[in-house]
Design a protein around this ligand. Structure first.
Ligand code: GDG
Length: 486
């Protein structure tokens, strides 16, 4: 289950993108449902729309405008997203949104309940659906249920700023397996449990809450490494890649690819590029920075604001350093095809992946996978991306430190071939050992393992979730008419 469902087109071909492909493959193997929001808004309650392709059924439901405003644009993207990315300054708390989040989760749970068979395994993805298992458990479902968080989990002092924090946290204890991208996220989460006295450790990765044992682990997501390499190799003939190469003349290409999101540090990255041009004048007219940034979540005001900020930073750099025959920053707001992307990565001497905070960051992995073994480019990677735990042979930077990032760009541009090859080979080894298929299989295998632990009587602790959930509904529920954001 995921918020968006990649329903294949009538041709039956699965949606592109590593995650969709991996999950489709796992589902095709075992047969099953992929359930979530259709992406459509409808004011009447319409039946589930089910599309069958092979052994997989894609079941989607519409949401009302109010649902979308409160659950998706509201609680998920204005509270959970910023808090999980350590941005309390951008967090907006509105009781209507909180109520909407739980209401919509309950409604998804009710719909899912009509599909569930007793031996079904349920795998729920991402921050939109944290309390889903709690609702299903309340309805009496004892199926194996796993949850994977694609974004970071912040330390206690940050996480606890979430509205309905305890209810959200205890909702996660209702799964059999809770997966995070990195050890750091998993530890942040278990420390939150300890701090709230909500669960006790049974063994290395097993915890107990209210008589149920659940597992917590790190499952770093991967990409389709070989396929991406192949796509990059074949992109030689791609017309967009060719046009780009011709227009570059003999300059080096630096590339950045991100959804337009404040967590990705795009403005700070362009600033570091500017700083590099300022401090190293010999680099002027020798490099071009291409930033590909499809717009996202434009319905959230903070995203509109940053669209302007990034555009302004790019314009400022071009105005200051550009010349009649050289545009230092090429900033585009549209998406390009996956093949073009792979080809552009391969053409770039430097890949800049400098988020201020990121669960994993697949662009870092895609950039590395796309490189030529004989002449690989250099990855400049933020220490605050989950990918840094695996890709520690990249040039790791603190994206808040503009001058240090500028120095890293120069170091990357001047790095001798031997060092580039060594660093790249070390990273490729990791990417081959942990593809998206491995990730999928590892999570599902861990989820299938039944706990064998013999439990001691539970220790006394804060209110059990079964009582906390209805009270959350009452506290934030429809009868609540308090503060409403304009
Ligand atoms: C979340 C977490 C975690 C981007 N522009 C284009 C394009 N893309 C593709 C990239 C990459 C994907 O979008 C972005 O993935 P990321 O991992 O970088 O970031 P999020 O979207 O924030 O994803 C993240 C991820 O979930 C998976 O668990 O790694 O930390 O935030 O695949 O290539 N693709 C095409 N054209 C574009 O213009 N075709």
């Amino acid at each position: 289950m995921s918020n968006r469902v990649p329903v294949p087109s009538d041709s039956g071909s699965p949606a592109a993108g590593g995650l969709a492909v991996a999950l489709n493959a796992a589902l095709q193997q075992n047969g099953g449902f992929w359930f979530g929001w259709s992406g459509n808004v409808s004011e009447e309650e319409r039946p589930l729309q089910v599309h069958d392709f092979g052994r997989v059924s894609y079941a989607v439901m519409d949401l009302t405008q109010r649902d979308v405003d409160e659950y998706y644009a509201g609680f998920a993207n204005r509270a959970l997203w910023p808090v999980c990315h350590y941005r309390l300054d951008l967090t907006e708390i509105a009781s209507n949104d909180t109520a909407g989040y739980f209401r919509v989760n309950e409604s998804f749970a009710r719909r899912l309940a009509t599909l569930l068979k007793p031996d079904d395994v349920v795998w729920i993805h991402d921050y939109h659906f944290i309390p889903l298992a709690a609702y299903l458990r309340q309805m009496g479902f004892e199926n194996r249920m796993g949850f994977f968080l694609h974004i970071p989990w912040a330390p206690y002092d940050v996480s606890s700023a979430l509205p309905a924090y305890q209810t959200v946290l205890s909702g996660l204890t209702r799964y059999d397996l809770v997966g995070f991208q990195t050890r750091r996220d998993a530890e942040n989460f278990t420390r939150c449990l300890e701090q709230e006295n909500m669960a006790r450790k049974v063994s290395d990765d097993r915890w107990e809450a209210d008589g149920r044992v659940f597992r917590v682990g790190a499952f770093p997501i991967g990409i389709e490494t070989d396929l991406f390499r192949q796509e990059a190799r074949e992109a030689k003939s791609n017309s967009l890649v060719r046009r780009m190469r011709v227009s570059m003349e003999d300059k080096h290409l630096i590339i950045g690819v991100d959804r337009l999101d404040y967590s990705k540090g795009i403005r700070q990255r362009i600033e570091a590029f500017s700083c590099m041009l300022e401090r190293f004048p010999q680099m002027r007219n020798k490099v071009t920075f291409l930033q590909i940034t499809p717009k996202s979540r434009s319905e959230v005001p903070e995203y509109l604001k940053m669209q302007h900020e990034v555009a302004e930073q790019a314009g400022w750099t071009n105005g200051k350093f550009g010349d009649v025959d050289w545009t230092p920053v090429r900033y585009i707001n549209k998406a390009v095809s996956r093949t073009s992307l792979a080809g552009l990565y391969r053409s770039a001497r430097v890949g800049m992946v400098t988020p201020l905070r990121d669960g994993m960051n697949l662009v870092a992995k895609e950039y590395v996978a796309s490189q030529r073994a004989t002449d690989p480019g250099v990855l400049v990677l933020s220490r605050f991306a989950g990918a840094a735990a695996e890709l520690d042979s990249a040039l790791l930077v603190n994206p808040y430190d503009t001058e240090a990032t500028a120095n890293a760009i120069v170091r990357a541009l001047q790095m001798p071939l031997e060092e580039r090859k060594e660093r790249w080979a070390a990273m490729m080894e990791k990417l081959r050992a942990n593809t998206v298929d491995h990730w999928c299989a590892a999570f599902l295998a861990a989820l299938a393992e039944e706990p064998t632990d013999v439990l001691q009587p539970p220790v006394e602790r804060a209110a059990a979730l079964d009582t906390a959930l209805p009270s959350a509904a009452a506290q934030f529920g429809p009868s609540w008419t308090g503060y409403r954001r304009n």
